[in-house]
Design a protein around this ligand. Structure first.
Ligand SMILES: Cc1ncc(COP(=O)(O)O)c(C=O)c1O
Length: 388
């Protein structure tokens, strides 16, 4: 018995490897502080849970429209209009998906042919490259650099465009760096897309996790972008609903007509009662969302301050999302070795990212994060490296 050939190029999610190692150690009685996970640690707000429970009690337990329940598509359309200046027809320009993750898969499968090239700004959420590969397309990586605040350099993007380039993936606020792209950069990226007739996948799932007065801007709101952009969002990060598996995407009806056919065959529809919860999430008070952002910000400030004081680390102060991306090359060990060392010596789980970086998530309690910083500082001091 053999797996399909395509599986040779689809690796196991590296973040899951760390989670599993940390969990294994916890089972043996170790206490690990989790800084590797990308999920808000808060509970889903009560009014959202109640709406979903009511939906179950009322028997709203059946398949829904493939696009999602009309009530939810209406509030999503309203949200896009209010928050992002985007106008979509809820009847056929919005799909409710099983998390934004499904949206990435649908986009790649519906829009890419084998051998098409997809520009991915790296570091990046791993799903883009893997889904592109599942569609037999070729990920083409354009590095983001700390000296540019991890915003794309337009010349670097143009350099990688060939006659086969079909799509560019944009993610702002950004996982893993916490960068937030400026409107100016997004306008320049839009121009590249128009000049080269590219699709744009704009992943805006961290839209609500944004700090220091930075503003989120949706590339699809620019002239000429509605018809070539898939705007992706979801409830996981904004409303602490990772386990609900609910996301949504929107585009022009011609592209949605393709994506919906893949969606029909892989999932049929998002979970019925979860969708009713999501209606409450968007219709109800956004006070909880603001409170969570405030708490993330408090943690971000403390963590960045602590990390900047630690030897050998080059820390980028994030403007959005809930991660801190750290260059560790001055420590003289690989990011993988450092992650294992921190698990052994500091009982903290972090994600190695490439050879030179680690990603730390501050989706954990303030107290745990303080303890993690104490442990990490002590562990790094033990390394006794001579720093410049
Ligand atoms: C950039 C980015 N996009 C999409 C997702 C997936 O979100 P969802 O839970 O909606 O599938 C994540 C999850 O970590 C993410 O970081």
């Amino acid at each position: 018995m053999k797996l399909a050939k395509r599986m040779d190029i689809i690796p196991f999610q590296p973040i899951r490897i760390i989670v599993e190692e940390a969990t294994r150690r916890e089972k043996q009685g170790e206490k690990i502080i989790h800084l590797e996970i990308g999920r808000p640690d808060f509970d889903t707000p009560c009014h959202i849970k109640e709406a979903a429970m009511n939906a179950i009690s009322e028997g709203k337990v059946h398949y829904t429209s493939n696009y999602g329940i009309p009530e939810l598509r209406d509030v999503i359309a309203e949200k896009f209009k209010q928050d992002n200046g985007l106008v979509f027809d809820p009847s056929d320009e919005i799909i409710v998906t099983i998390g934004a993750t499904e949206g990435i898969f649908l986009t790649m499968m519906a829009l890419l042919d084998p051998e098409d090239e997809v520009i991915i700004l790296t570091p990046s959420f791993p799903c883009y490259a893997q889904c592109a590969k599942m569609a037999q397309a070729i990920p083409v990586f354009v590095p983001l650099k700390q000296e540019n605040d991890f915003e794309p350099v337009i010349a670097d993007c143009i350099e990688k465009i060939t006659s086969k380039t079909k799509m560019i993936v944009i993610n702002t606020p950004h996982n893993p760096t916490g960068a937030v792209y400026s409107e100016t950069i997004l306008k320049e990226l839009a121009q590249i897309a128009i000049d080269n007739d590219l699709f744009v996948l704009s992943d805006e799932i961290y839209e609500k996790n944004i700090y220091d007065g930075y503003k989120h801007f949706s590339i699809a709101s620019l002239p000429g972008m509605h018809e070539r952009t898939i705007t992706l969002n979801g409830f996981s990060k904004s409303h602490c609903m990772t386990g609900w598996r609910l996301g949504y995407l929107a585009s022009c009806r011609e592209l949605i007509a393709g994506l919906i056919r893949i969606h029909q065959y892989v999932t049929v529809c998002a979970t019925s009662f979860a969708q009713y919860g999501a209606v409450a999430a968007l219709k109800g008070s956004q006070e909880d969302v603001e409170k969570m952002t405030g708490e993330f910000n408090r943690r971000r400030i403390m963590m960045v301050e602590r990390l900047l004081d630690m030897p050998g680390l080059s820390v980028f102060k994030p403007k959005g999302a809930f991660y801190i991306f750290i260059n560790v090359e001055n420590l003289g060990m690989s990011s993988q070795d450092l992650s294992t060392y921190l698990l052994d010596e500091a009982s903290i789980a972090v994600v190695p990212w490439g050879d030179m970086h680690i990603r730390i998530s501050y989706a954990n309690s303030y107290e745990n994060l303080e303890k993690a910083m104490d442990n990490m500082e002590a562990a790094l001091k033990k390394l006794d490296v001579n720093f410049l």
